[in-house]
Design a protein around this ligand. Structure first.
Ligand code: GDP
Ligand code: MG
Ligand code: K
Length: 301
């Protein structure tokens, strides 16, 4: 549309909030494709995932920022730093909370971090499908006392309530800017990162509480074979203890086989080709506290 003189708007939007408030669900709904990993286990999303929403008049670039919360170990520290720097660089921050849960130390901590940030902040009250509408006003009043939010928007990321209106409000706050990404590009993350997250997701889901989120997945190789149009993926699941390795492998390899089967289906969906997935399991003790290793697993400053 080259004849209209309306300004094109674009900008970077960071989504923050405690684990499980629905950040990935929101992002997936907006982008309409599975690029952020959803899970009911906390901290599934460790790296930034950008979802790009391109429309006639605007481009919204979302960043699914890893959970800001009190760091418990080096990885947490590192995540905090990344997240806080991100907040200063973006055009808008969406602070998402769960309507069902009251204001707690987690929210307090994030609001404390937001005090030093000049970027406009919206409060997004998610999961309104789970509460009685009467409760909403009380929640809003409570948050108004804590911080000067530019907007307070209740939504249900799962059911889609009010999400369209939120997108319109976001546009109002974005500056005039270029279209940073081609219209058909929904993420700037390398495919290998998404592939590793898909494998991680399956491992976490299938093992439930036995395996903590310390699990990492390293993509050793990802090769497209032209002759038969398949992609060969070789990945290593890294755990901290021998006992965890046993759980991941399962009886006669049954667990690893199931993780591989489910991950392969998702990867085939993502890449649109047949996938040959080879999975390995490795024990690397205390990897979270070895900051020097972070880079190997795809973390960047
Ligand atoms: P994240 O850790 O903030 O990225 O949270 P997720 O997007 O992974 O969501 C955590 C859990 O909350 C998942 O089980 C979602 O299905 C659920 N969830 C997210 N948004 C909503 C919502 O609007 N309503 C309801 N009822 N559940 C939601
Ligand atoms: Mg998430
Ligand atoms: K999560």
């Amino acid at each position: 549309n080259n004849t209209n003189n309306q300004e094109y708007k674009s900008g970077f939007i960071s989504i923050i909030g405690r684990p499980n408030v629905g950040k990935s669900t929101f992002l997936n709904r907006v982008i309409g494709q599975k690029i952020a990993i959803m899970s009911d286990k906390p901290q599934t999303t460790r790296n930034k995932v950008q979802g790009v929403l391109t429309e006639q008049d605007s481009q919204l670039i979302f960043i699914d920022t890893p959970g800001i919360h009190k760091p418990k170990h080096k990885l947490g520290d590192f995540m905090m730093k990344v997240a806080q720097n991100t907040l200063k660089e973006v055009d808008l921050v969406l602070f998402m909370v769960n309507a069902e849960e009251g204001f707690g130390p987690g929210e307090e901590f994030i609001i404390e971090k937001l005090q030093s940030v000049r970027t406009p902040v919206f409060l997004i009250i998610n999961k309104i499908d789970l509460i009685h509408p009467d409760k909403l006003l009380t929640i809003i009043e409570g948050y108004k006392e804590k911080y000067e939010f530019k907007e307070i928007v209740p939504i249900s990321a799962l059911e889609g309530n009010n999400v369209e209106r939120l997108l319109e409000t976001i546009k109002d706050y974005l500056p005039e800017g270029p279209q940073y990404y081609p219209a058909d590009q929904v993420t700037d993350h390398p495919e290998r990162f998404i592939v590793s997250e898909l494998i991680r997701e399956k491992a976490l889901h299938l093992t439930r509480e036995e395996i903590p989120h310390s699990l990492a997945v390293l993509i050793e190789k990802m090769e497209r074979k032209k002759e038969n149009n398949t992609v060969h993926v070789m990945a290593t699941i890294i755990v901290e203890r021998d006992s965890q390795k046993g759980i991941i492998i399962g009886k006669q390899g049954s667990m690893l086989k199931e993780i591989g089967k489910r991950a392969r289906l998702d990867i085939e969906n993502l890449l649109g080709t047949k996938v040959f997935l080879e999975l390995w399991v490795k024990v690397q003790k205390d990897w979270r506290n070895r900051a020097t290793h972070l880079r190997d697993y795809g973390f960047r400053d």
